[in-house]
Design a binder for this molecule. Structure first.
Ligand SMILES: Nc1ncnc2c1ncn2[C@@H]1O[C@H](COP(=O)(O)OP(=O)(O)OP(=O)(O)O)[C@@H](O)[C@H]1O
Length: 248
């Protein structure tokens, strides 16, 4: 077996609240993630999914344990690891193309080069016509497509996605799940996707990490051996769905 691209090694995270209570948000989390794998983290509210993602992103420090990316310990944000949040995070005063090019601008790429690169990713998410629009002119689903284009434009190799489709209507959500899988296949990315939804996790993942809460622990890791593209009407899909609901 190849070396995992990401190694989450004995992660514990305790928070102390203002009232002095200790919360064990994460308790001995061990996960090995291979390159190009699509992982879903599934669990009830408060089981530590976002905390785990923030630790992998280098936005939060664990109380114990380490995360290794390509055998190097992550201690701060890494340029190859990008995050897409549930809330739309585009800058309202920038056009869509300028939003996608933001990270490239921060890294000092010249204007023509960064706009050309941003255009490539804008077209990958099917929004060429909105290059000079502002975020408020786009629907929630379109704004999330732009957020995905933005992490891809930054050459993120690992996409961390914290319930990115949670705020969307059911129809748009299914469309974006399909598009995300297309992008993942074409661009060879490693994805860690947090969700509450059993259906979403079975549709997307190679592997589902099921968590339980108080303390936030891994309950089970399940390989999803259902052929892609997956159909929700497939018997195996329904069977796994019942199994996961029982477990949660
Ligand atoms: N900065 C903080 N200070 C204190 N407690 C925190 C902090 N951040 C998270 N927690 C607590 O840690 C636990 C895990 O929170 P986290 O947001 O990671 O859960 P989650 O599974 O992502 O929840 P949800 O699905 O509702 O977003 C919760 O009990 C939460 O209250």
């Amino acid at each position: 077996m190849e070396q995992p691209i990401l190694r989450i090694n004995g992660i514990y995270k305790k928070f102390v609240t203002e009232k002095g209570n200790t919360i064990n948000a994460l308790d001995k989390i061990d996960i090995n993630i291979q390159e190009n794998e699509f992982i879903c983290i599934l669990g009830p509210s408060g089981c530590g999914k976002s905390t785990l993602l923030r630790i992998i992103a280098g936005l939060e420090k664990p109380s114990m344990g380490e995360v290794y990316y390509k055998n190097q310990e992550i201690k701060k944000c890494h340029k190859e690891i990008g995050m897409v949040f549930q809330q739309y995070t585009l800058l309202p005063w920038r056009t869509i193309i300028e939003n996608i090019a933001l990270g490239l601008e921060i890294n000092g790429m010249d204007k023509k080069q960064r706009i050309d690169k941003a255009r490539k990713y804008l077209s990958l998410v099917g929004l060429e016509k909105f290059e000079t629009s502002f975020p408020y002119e786009l629907s929630g689903g379109m704004q999330q497509r732009v957020a995905i284009a933005r992490v891809l434009a930054n050459d993120s190799n690992v996409l961390l996605m914290d319930e990115p489709f949670g705020a969307l209507d059911a129809h748009t959500r299914v469309l974006l799940q399909r598009e995300l899988l297309e992008i993942w296949k074409k661009n060879k990315k490693t994805v860690i996707f947090v969700t509450h939804s059993v259906d979403e996790s079975i549709y997307l993942a190679d592997k589902i990490v099921i968590m339980s809460k108080s303390p936030g622990k891994i309950k089970k890791i399940i390989d999803v051996n259902i052929e892609r593209p997956r159909e929700r009407s497939n018997i195996a899909f329904g069977k796994l769905s019942t199994e996961l609901f029982d477990m949660l």
